[in-house]
Design a protein around this ligand. Structure first.
Ligand SMILES: [Zn+2]
Ligand SMILES: [Zn+2]
Length: 348
């Protein structure tokens, strides 16, 4: 099969012919119809993820068709249209037993713990636990984002953030996951303040219903003061959807009393550990929450909102490219503050 391979961290990846994967006993091989380009892929390529062994194929937010099924898989068939949470759970550890598959103790992640979906085919473990059927009529390009950015934002805003109608929600960083969070918070009746350095990202955030937009390039130390002013004292819920020491601290400082901060963007140690204003956490009784993907069994309420049209993940996809354009797009992910989401179609 054709796949995007990198042999050194930070050195340009190339499209190569490599061996086709085969399914493990409880796994499947999926023919990749679409796979999103995510900032986590860039972190992996840069060497920020200790799970990655070289040479490596990135890619973790995918949708496609089941091609081959392991002999112990009960409920999946070749031809099934599926997506998969990027945290592929074992289904047997204590976290999985409690329903928290998104923090599974023995999780695998395509594109991190093994080769991912910037390829014509990808192997996925534990298919009965993890695969999510794609509704009829949903495109693969839209469904790919449900494996990572959109589901991650949904859990961060709804389950971890406990958003309520009328609340102010600040979203720091309006890339794929941040824009998804804007759309989801608006659909839940919140008033959203979007924060980003890119005018194009803020234009999209406004299109998705943000009532206030803050150009973060004017605030190199963090845009929290602007958020507190616009929200008459601070947001009830704030997300760091970028993942940087500056946006993490700014998100915490954006909150009013008893507000909730949700950390969504990854904070690789290469950028340094964030300095969290803990005195403020005590004095204002703030809550600090992490959010990490979403378990397959938690998808139905989100799928219902997509089906009814109150959520439009299709609008997040702003460009579609083939596999040959993927290496350059991956490299550009770190430098250019893009707007919207790029989807790769390996069979294009
Ligand atoms: Zn992702
Ligand atoms: Zn587990």
């Amino acid at each position: 099969m054709r796949a995007v391979v990198f042999e050194e961290f930070g050195k340009e990846a190339r499209v190569q012919d490599v061996a086709d994967p085969s399914p493990s006993r409880q796994g499947v091989v999926v023919r990749v119809e679409a796979t999103g380009l995510c900032r986590s892929d860039w972190h992996g390529w840069m060497g920020h993820d200790p799970d990655i062994a070289l040479p490596h194929v990135p890619g973790h937010e995918l949708a496609g068709v089941v091609e081959a099924v392991g002999k112990d898989v009960a409920n999946r068939r070749p031809g099934d249209r599926v997506t998969v949470p990027f945290v592929v759970a074992c289904g047997r550890c204590s976290a999985c037993a409690s329903g928290a598959q998104q923090v599974c103790e023995r999780q695998t992640q395509p594109g991190f713990t093994h080769w991912g979906s910037f390829a014509e085919y990808v192997a996925l473990e534990q298919a009965d636990v993890n695969l999510v059927p794609i509704p009829d009529g949903m495109s693969f390009g839209t469904a790919a984002g449900l494996g990572c950015r959109f589901a991650t934002a949904f859990r961060a805003v709804v389950a971890r953030g406990r958003v309520a109608p009328g609340e102010w929600v600040a979203v720091h960083g309006c890339g794929g996951v941040g824009l998804s969070a804007v759309m989801i918070a608006v659909a839940c009746g919140a008033r959203v303040v979007a924060v980003d350095v890119s005018p194009d990202a803020l234009r999209l955030a406004r299109m998705f219903g943000a009532v206030e937009c803050v150009d973060a390039s004017a605030y190199p130390e963090g845009a929290d003061e602007a958020v507190r002013e616009l929200t008459s004292g601070g947001a009830q819920l704030s997300l760091d959807a970028l993942g940087s020491p500056v946006t993490c601290a700014a998100s915490v400082r954006s909150l009013r009393r008893q507000g909730r901060h949700v950390q969504v963007g990854l904070l690789p140690s290469a950028a340094g550990d964030p300095v969290v204003p803990m005195a403020r956490v005590i004095g204002l009784e703030l809550e600090l929450l992490g959010s990490h993907g979403m378990a397959a069994h938690a998808y139905p309420p989100m799928m219902d909102m997509v089906r009814s049209g109150s959520l439009r993940p299709d609008l997040l996809v702003t460009s579609t490219i083939g596999l040959d354009a993927a290496p350059a797009a991956l490299a550009a992910m770190g430098a250019v503050p893009g707007a919207g989401v790029t989807v790769i179609e390996p069979t294009r």
